[in-house]
Design a protein around this ligand. Sequence first.
Ligand SMILES: *Cc1c(COP(=O)(O)O)cnc(C)c1O
Length: 371
Amino acid sequence: MKLLIPGPVTTHPSVRAALAQDFAPWDNEFRPIYAAVRARVLAIAGGVPGRHVALALQGCGHFITEAALRTFLPIGGKILIPTTGSYSDRMIRLATEAGRIAIPLPIDPARPADPGAIAAALAADPAISHVGIVYSETGSGVIHDALAIGRAAHAAGRRTIVDAVSAFGALPLDISAQPEIDAAVFTSNKCIEGVPGLGFAVCPTERLEASAGNAGSWSFDLADIYQHGVRSAPGTFRFTPPAQVLVAFATALDLFEAEGGQPARLARYTANMRALYDGVCALGLSPCLAPEHQGPIVVNIAAPDDPAWNLQAFVDALKARGFLISNFYNTVSPSFRVACIGAITPADMRQAVTAIGAALEQIGVQRRRAA
Ligand SMILES: *Cc1c(COP(=O)(O)O)cnc(C)c1O
């Protein structure tokens, strides 16, 4: 079965095989593996040892995003969040429930956010200290220009928190060139192609040192995680980590590096996306985004305008052919989504297109265009 969902992704068999051994997190065999993972993640993010640091937190992407918001914004602090889609909505809720003030900036979710509109919103409210950016909006499939938005924030003397969860490893990120970034966050189970269970944040050390005591949560405090790493050996987790997940992540990093790193991964995902996008167009289906705004991570395809359309029946018919996609709607008008990330190739995508055509026939859909 190939998972064509935006995480957890299809993993390479060697990544799954790495889960087969048990580890004690404090053991001398495990600690160097974690310390090396931190150094490798830092290098992928363009971090400079001593100036930047990579931290890990047990759990999913929401946890590491919440930790970043709590650590770098004080209670009552204001963050501007362009409404890119479902993940900006989630960032708004995480900030609000943590007692921070989220200021949504309404934007057209079908195109990249305009850095000029962000600059204007920052100029209008000097109390906003941060901009929260979803680099790759998994809800829509649009890539937002995190570099240009960061420059707009930097020019206005503000800082940023970058949700790079479905971007890191596939899209370029160089924290050394973006001094306004407080945290870029991601997880083990998306574009690095590990299994779920760990979140990561790459941050400037100076900002972590200045942010002690902000979080209002011991569990979700990146400044505390940082200090723990300084006090103890660098390969030491604060609380029990998913040790097998970390070891599998190290194997995923081996594969990532062997493939040629971020540029190679972006090239493969882009080729996956093209095979899918062109393939579904040839089937008579309508992708939700114009080709020039379609990112390489996830493609939403409008639900066919046919009374026989039924998302769960379609998902089941596709699953019977070896491909699993999400069985819920992510967009305002109904669509089904297919992710292009994970240990999959353009050849897999072409087979998925054939399977999509066959599944539509099986459930009796004749009119394939959008309503
Ligand atoms: C997957 C994802 C997350 C985190 O989701 P979890 O289910 O908490 O792991 C956050 N942001 C984006 C853009 C994502 O794609």
